[in-house]
Design a binder for this molecule. Structure first.
Ligand code: ZN
Ligand code: ZN
Length: 848
């Protein structure tokens, strides 16, 4: 057995080039000691008492991996949690112990029951005393009441006696009587006091007796609770219960995610460091797939049975690209592949179960794997591309190479350019930069252009696509979109004092970038730069924004993206988008950019009657629309909990849209919040609308009207002013009204001022007689056209404003001047002090 152990261990350490197998990892030493310990326990048949893995070894192993593997996600945490399940010890209690326990519990239950009986008897005895005392107390209470009554009556008598005594002018008999009365008063008071004291004593005695009853009752209730617990304990099968309490080890660990993220390396190191026995070197699914029927299964079974020789150790086999071995079982799957799946399944957790074997798998294509197999892999962790922070950490050492070439700004530039790069690609770029620095030597010759070329190569080598091309390529096509210097804070998505909802709408038509905020806040509005005319030229904005929030990945979804993956029919498109969305969702922070105009086709049907526009690929639109609703940016909960801060999810959705119809449709459908300006506009419109439906008074004809229901011809008015022909002056409407009234009154003999003669009043516009001729103009109620554009103070009386306006009617002024030349005023009643106004300048100066 030790020979087996040595053999297996040798193969797993074959990759260590040093002679000292513990140079890399101290955890391995702890793990190996634990393995030896398990062997000895196995020999003396007590291996069940110690767990598969040593907790210290597992903890240390994760710490050691963290030193070389940069990870700000939760991969290592997940692996740690998975491995810790193997550190749990299962409690095993033998049959005798069970019997003893059962016996103890039964006895305890009996004891409690008897005790309760005694308590209950005590209680009932005490209750008797209590009821006796209670009767006594009640009697006492009655006594007190009676004495009070007696006291009241006696007091009345006493008061009467005293009063009589006082009235009797201190004669001897009266004095006697008074003394008698006072004595009586004292006696009664004493009687009352005594009765009250007696009552107090009795009440105290009563509560003294009641206290122990309450105490006993609580004791009984507690014991009852214990009895119930013991009853339920006694009713279950303990051996069975303990078996069921055993921790079920996860029999598989699957790491998935884009290529080049170091999944296999993490698996290998985690297993070796923590003290898991590797039964073979890491295998690739391709190596296991053999052309002859049954050969793959035999090979697999052979490797798996190795674990049977060392049942005291936990063994693992690592399979890279495991999707090739367990492909999704659809109708046209190869029979040999299906056999491979069933062999794996039956050995992991099936008929031929090997309990001490776990399977480690790594894959780039989780969605292509067999469902049943995926279910067996209890732990599934996503290994994503490095976030901006991690990329910065990886690239920062370049600063040490040559500070002249690599400034902090340049590192930031590289961090942005390497958006969506895998860890391996960033590593490759770093090496190629080091080589290039040696080649160019002159610090100035290593330009941004050279750097972009190197980055482009690395991106292509490791398939780190950004839309259809690579980000460095786009940067070369559109220089300055990611500048090496400056613009650091430009387009930042770190919004002070407001929390974004994760949805951004870029309106290419209105040239606005709208950032929606969560809660009740209005959407923020930014103007687009002149160069931002297409999805590609907008990238700068979002690459900068993402780097400000440490967003791990950006994906552009447009027509080019679909055609790059040959997704032309609807099914293919949905499959591709689902995969892309799923991958983005795996990251803690991601951004999806939709070029809505290129994805959604509008079809315009132009019939004779009307022109209508509809969406021709409505399913895709609905699909995208639902995704847009799922944007989220989690806010840190207030408090010092930094661990929770790490796990905050951010799913940014950017919608770039140009067609006004698509934009308004989308905004309505996803209920995109409005900007402050839009809200204001809406409120104004609403006020205007209600205003148009309320009854108003026309400043021209003084009639009531509703603005929304007016029509031409409803308003009859004069557009000039009233002129007093006799006084040779312009009049206000009120003055004219007063004169007309006075004249009417006089006609009916109601005026006693015989000297007063009514003036002749005339409309200047049409020379019609005031109050007699009908208005010369017909129009729409409301302000005259000339005044509509002007701003009129809110508190001004519109009738006055209109009157003053009509006073300036030049045609009317001319009219009346001409007329006055031919008119001889009747020289009566020229009231002193009334100024004569004829010149137009005086007319226009007229105020009320
Ligand atoms: Zn007129
Ligand atoms: Zn009117």
């Amino acid at each position: 057995m030790i020979r087996d152990y040595m053999q297996l261990n040798e193969s797993s350490h074959a990759l260590n080039s040093t002679n000292n197998p513990y140079a890399d990892s101290e955890a391995t030493l702890l793990g190996d000691i634990h393995r030896v310990r398990r062997y000895f326990h196995f020999v003396i048949n007590t291996v069940k008492d110690i767990p598969y893995l040593d907790r210290r070894a597992v903890d240390l192993a994760i710490t050691e991996i963290r030193q070389t593997y940069d990870d700000d996600g939760n991969v290592l945490n997940n692996i740690h949690a998975y491995l810790t399940t193997f550190c749990l010890r299962n409690t095993v209690i033998d049959a005798n112990a069970h019997k003893q326990q059962h016996h103890d519990w039964t006895q305890e239950r009996e004891r409690l029951a008897t005790q309760n009986k005694i308590y209950t008897t005590q209680v009932s005895e005490l209750e008797k005393t209590v009821s006796a005392k209670k009767q006594l107390a009640e009697a006492c209470e009655l006594g007190v009441k009676n004495t009070f009554k007696k006291k009241e009556e006696s007091m009345k008598l006493v008061d009467k006696l005293i009063a009589e005594a006082v009235a009797a002018n201190s004669t001897g008999a009266a004095l006697m009587k008074r003394n008698e009365a006072q004595r009586m008063k004292q006696m009664i008071e004493k009687e009352v006091n005594d009765a009250q004291n007696r009552l107090h004593t009795i009440q105290k005695e009563l509560s003294d007796v009641r206290a122990p009853i309450r105490e006993l009752e609580t004791k009984v209730a507690e014991a009852d609770e214990q009895i119930r617990n013991l009853d339920s304990l006694l009713s279950i099968d303990l051996a069975d219960a303990h078996r069921k309490l055993n921790v079920k080890y996860g029999r598989g660990l699957l790491l998935y995610g884009p290529p080049g993220t170091g999944k296999s390396e993490i698996l290998k190191r985690a297993a070796i460091f923590a003290g898991i026995t590797m039964t073979t070197v890491a295998l690739a699914a391709g190596e296991l797939n053999r052309p002859y029927v049954g050969e793959t299964e035999r090979l697999l079974a052979d490797i798996m049975y190795r674990s049977n020789t060392i049942p005291f150790l936990i063994c693992a086999m690592t399979i890279d690209e495991i999707d090739g071995l367990v492909p999704r079982r659809d109708n046209n799957a190869q029979q040999s592949k299906v056999d491979g799946i069933s062999v794996l399944l039956s050995h992991i957790e099936g008929v031929k179960n090997i309990p001490n074997l776990i399977v480690f798998g790594a894959t780039n294509r989780r969605n292509m794997m067999d469902e049943a197999f995926l279910r067996r892999m209890q732990a599934k962790c996503f290994v994503g591309r490095p976030s901006p922070h991690i990329r910065k950490k990886m690239l920062a050492p370049l600063l040490c190479k040559d500070l002249k070439v690599f400034t902090a700004n340049r590192i930031d530039f590289l961090v942005k350019v390497t958006t969506n790069f895998s860890g391996a690609a960033v590593g490759a770029l770093k090496s190629s930069i080091i080589v290039a620095m040696d080649q160019y030597r002159e610090p100035d010759s290593l330009t941004d252009k050279v750097l972009l070329e190197l980055a482009d190569n690395a991106a292509r080598e490791f398939s780190c696509w950004f839309g259809i091309g690579t980000l460095p390529e786009i940067c070369r096509l559109y220089p300055n979109i990611i500048a090496a210097t400056g613009h650091k804070e430009k387009y930042s998505l770190k919004l002070p004092n407001s929390s974004p909802s994760g949805r951004i709408l870029v309106d290419l038509q209105e040239r606005k970038c709208l950032i929606e905020l969560s809660q009740a806040e209005a959407t923020l509005e930014y103007d687009l730069g002149t160069e931002e005319t297409s999805t590609l030229t907008l990238i700068s904005r979002f690459v900068n924004g993402c780097s400000s929030r440490n967003v791990d990945t950006i994906q552009i979804i447009d027509m080019n993206f679909l055609s790059k993956y040959n997704a032309f029919d609807e099914n293919k498109i949905f499959e591709l988008l689902t995969t892309t969305f799923e991958e983005c969702d795996e990251y803690n922070r991601s951004m999806l950019i939709f070029d809505i105009d290129s994805l959604i086709m509008l079809s315009v049907s132009d019939s004779q009657m009307s022109k209508s526009v509809s969406i021709s690929n409505i399913h895709l639109y609905q699909f995208i629309r639902e995704k847009c609703k799922k944007a989220i940016v989690e806010q840190p909960t207030k408090g010092p909990n930094t661990a929770a801060k790490e796990q905050l999810k951010e799913r940014w959705i950017v919608m770039i849209v140009k067609h006004p119809l698509l934009r308004s449709l989308l905004i309505d459908d996803i209920e995109f919040k409005k900007t402050l300006q839009q809200i204001q506009q809406e409120q104004d419109d609403e006020t205007q609308r209600t205003d148009n439906e309320s009854v108003k008074q026309c400043p021209k004809c003084q009639q009531s009207y509703i603005p929304s229901k007016i029509s031409h011809g409803s308003c009859h008015y004069h557009d000039g002013f009233v002129f007093d022909l006799d006084q040779n002056m312009a009049l206000g409407y009120d003055q004219a009204q007063r004169i007309a009234q006075k004249a009417k009154l006089m006609a009916h003999g109601g005026n006693n001022d015989q000297n007063w003669k009514p003036s002749k009043l005339m409309w200047t516009c049409c020379l019609g007689l005031y109050g007699i001729d009908s208005p010369c103009r017909v129009g729409i109620c409301g302000l005259p056209e000339e005044l509509k554009g002007q701003t009129i103070e809110l508190d001004k009386d519109l009738t006055m404003v209109v009157q003053q306006h009509f006073m300036k009617n030049e045609a009317a002024v001319r009219n009346i001047k001409e007329f006055m030349k031919t008119y001889t005023p009747s020289q009566i009643g020229n009231v002193a002090g009334r100024p004569s106004i004829t010149s137009s300048s005086n007319l226009s100066n007229y105020k009320k």
